[in-house]
Structure formats: structure tokens, C-alpha cells
Ligand binder design. Structure first.
Ligand code: PRP
Ligand code: ORO
Length: 213
């Protein structure tokens, strides 16, 4: 759920400006879920732009504070949200941990890196939600470590039903700076996407799990 319309529009505009939105309908991207997609939103690129990453950091930090006050710890979902999660934690003056997809196979065999104690209030930072599987896998690890997961703030969501259902099942609140409708609106207003590409994107969005070029 998008909390602030202006932030949603501005974030979409910035993602387009830094070419974080990639379109490849003829030779689709393979997503973490295994889905084939004509679009890829690479939020990692934000970290390469100091002014834009400061904007994203501040908007995420504001949402964390507005929704949850001061949690004890900020957790970033590895690897995409380690950088931005750390920036949000730094801005709020809070401790930071990051959560691997699975425990490391050597060393200390940690899945959660950093210091986390049972019963601490944690807000999770994620860069992007497709199915929500990666983020909720991190939530599961945090809960198993005894954390009190208050909710999640992410930069972008495609807003798929499957993700909504997954978050509902796990009883985790999700807020995002921007989402797919805002991105598409902004991309068509600025002629970033052509009509033919827009049609592909609309068709893909109606049934992404089985879409083929
Ligand atoms: O909602 P989902 O279907 O789980 O997909 C979204 C996830 O995919 C990306 O991570 P990726 O697995 O590409 O790894 P990375 O963060 O290490 O780049 C992204 O950073 C999310 O964590
Ligand atoms: O689902 C994914 O793997 C995914 C999609 C996307 O647009 N961006 C990203 O970083 N990951």
C-alpha cells in the first residue's frame, strides 16, 4: 500500500530518470520467483546516485517513524536492501541487521547478520516486492530469532494479488514508496514507454505467472 501519493509519483519519476526501469519484452527477464517478465525494476541503481538515494532514504525513514515510531532495529533483506536499509538505519540512528535468504554454509552459519536480541521491535526494509516470497522468508527468520516484526517498508511493489495474499497470510503490514500503477502512469506521461510496450505491460500484468513473449 502506497502511503503518500506525491512520494509515489516522485519515486516513479526518479526510477525512470536513472534508468532503473528496464524493458525487454522480446528477451524477458527471469525473476527470483522464476517468472518471465518484460520489465525489471533495478532499485540497486539508486545507491549510485547520492541525491536520489538520500531522497529514498528520507522518505523510507519518514514512513518508518510515522507508522512505527522508533523500532529497536532496522533489518534489510539481502542483498538488494542491505544498502538502502543501512542508510535508513543510519538516518534514524538505529541498529541494523541484514537477513540472508538462507543461513551461511560456513563461518558462523548465520542467516541474520548483526546483533539482534529476542523481543526487539524490528522494521524490515526491502527494495522490491514481486511475489513477496523473499521478504517474507526474511520475516520468518527474524520471527524465529524471537524478533517482534512490526512491519515492512519497501521502495516498490508490483501489487500482485499473490503478494497481497502472502503478506495477509503472514499477518505482515507492507507499505511502499511507489508501485506499478504510479510507474506506468509516469512512464506514459513522459513518453518513456511507447504505446506498443504499454500494451505488452498491461497484458503481462493481467497474468504475470504464465506470461510468454
Ligand atoms: O518478491 P519476490 O518474488 O521474492 O522478488 C523480489 C526479490 O527479488 C529481488 O532479489 P533477488 O532474489 O534478485 O536477489 P538480490 O536482492 O540479492 O539481488 C529483490 O531484491 C527482492 O528481494
Ligand atoms: O522478482 C524479481 O526478481 C525482481 C523484479 C524486479 O523488477 N526487480 C528486481 O530487482 N527483482
Amino acid at each position: 500500500m502506497v502511503l503518500n501519493k506525491d512520494t509515489a509519483k516522485k519515486t516513479a519519476e526518479l526510477l525512470l530518470q536513472i534508468n532503473a526501469i528496464k524493458l525487454k519484452p522480446e528477451n524477458p527477464f527471469t525473476w527470483a520467483s522464476g517468472w518471465q517478465s518484460p520489465i525489471y525494476c533495478d532499485n540497486r541503481i539508486i545507491l549510485s546516485y547520492p541525491i536520489i538515494r538520500n531522497y529514498i532514504r528520507e522518505e523510507m525513514a519518514k514512513q518508518v517513524e510515522e507508522l512505527y515510531g522508533k523500532p529497536d532495529v532496522i533489518a534489510g533483506v539481502a542483498t538488494g536492501a542491505i544498502g538502502i536499509g543501512m542508510l535508513v538505519a543510519e538516518y534514524l540512528g538505529l541498529p541494523f541487521v541484514y537477513v540472508r535468504p538462507e543461513p551461511k554454509s560456513h563461518g558462523r552459519q548465520n542467516q541474520i547478520e548483526g546483533q539482534l536480541s529476542p523481543n526487539q521491535n524490528v522494521v524490515v526494509i526491502e527494495d522490491l516486492i514481486s511475489t513477496g516470497k523473499s521478504s517474507l522468508n526474511a520475516v520468518k527468520a527474524l520471527k524465529e530469532a524471537g524478533a517482534n516484526v512490526k512491519g515492512m517498508v519497501a521502495i516498490f511493489t508490483y501489487g500482485f494479488n499473490v503478494a497481497d495474499e502472502n503478506f495477509k497470510t503472514e499477518d505482515i503490514e507492507l507499505h511502499t514508496l511507489s508501485d506499478y500503477p504510479n510507474l506506468i502512469q509516469q512512464a506514459s506521461d513522459t513518453n518513456y514507454i511507447k504505446e506498443e510496450q504499454l500494451n505488452t505491460l498491461l497484458q503481462w500484468k493481467s497474468n504475470p505467472a504464465v506470461w510468454k513473449p
